[in-house]
Ligand binder design. Structure first.
Ligand code: FE
Length: 254
């Protein structure tokens, strides 16, 4: 299994604090059945800078350490980029790092809202050959209240990634239920861990896929897992036509 979103690199953000924590996270990942993990430190979120080259250097060091420790996990470089108006420029000057230098770039909104310029920015990114992957839309207050916002972005070519622990209910019932709605409406394309540590923000990939299998069957599990593989291969992923989430039906659940 491939994990497209993690904070496993030591000392770069609010993820692993040092190499020993990274190694512990790596062991946990292997226990989960993960063989390849993308390290995606925060970029321009709060005080974190983490430009492309820093991440590439740290990934090389971590892979070396994992090899020495005989841990069977391969780390690829990536980045979780906080949305900002100069993303295209950031990419052009080599600060922004798509997942393993493919066309897929992880984009994070603030937890509260979706900037009005997002649609224009995503269009500009796509003209540069990049595909924005919106991370954890299920945890964004504006998207929860107005799923139409996500629908419009996905309809115009953006992708999205739901966090495994959201599906497990770690962020509450409402976010768990909304995650399922996103799957139902073909509004999400990947499940990833967004693991920060081995305690309160750990992997939960196996648990999340068990839930997905119970609700949708094994084919849905394979679809998500294959999509992660296709990203690493820089190929086109599987996607169904997105649908609108029916608001009334959604609010009746609670
Ligand atoms: Fe993250």
């Amino acid at each position: 299994m491939i994990d497209l979103h993690s904070h496993i690199l030591p000392g770069l953000d609010d993820g692993a604090k040092n190499l020993s924590e990274s190694v512990n996270m790596a062991k946990k990942a292997v226990e989960q059945g993960i063989h390849t993990i993308v390290a995606t430190p925060h970029h321009l979120n709060n005080r974190y800078e983490n430009p492309k080259q820093t991440i590439i250097d740290r990934v090389r060091e971590l892979n070396k350490a994992l090899l020495e420790e005989k841990i069977d996990l391969y780390v690829l470089p990536g980045q979780e980029t906080r949305i900002h108006g100069e993303m295209v420029e950031g990419y052009e000057i080599g600060e922004i790092l798509p997942i393993d230098n493919t066309q897929y770039v992880l984009v994070e909104f603030s937890s509260g809202h979706v900037p009005r310029y997002t649609e224009k920015l995503f269009y500009d990114l796509q003209t540069k050959g990049l595909i924005p992957v919106i991370v954890h839309p299920e945890r964004n207050q504006e998207i929860i209240e107005r799923p139409e916002v996500l629908y419009q972005l996905v309809k115009k070519g953006a992708l999205s990634q739901v966090t495994a622990s959201s599906i497990c209910g770690d962020f509450g019932k409402k976010i768990k239920s909304f995650s399922m709605k996103l799957i139902d409406a073909n509004l999400t394309h990947f499940i990833a861990s967004d693991a920060h540590n081995t305690s309160n923000r750990t992997f939960k990939m196996r648990e999340a896929f068990d839930i997905v299998q119970g609700k949708y069957g094994i084919d849905m599990v394979y679809l998500f897992q294959e999509n992660a593989e296709l990203v690493i291969e820089d190929s086109h992923i599987y996607k169904e036509v997105p649908e609108r989430i029916k608001k009334k039906k959604f609010f009746n659940i609670f």
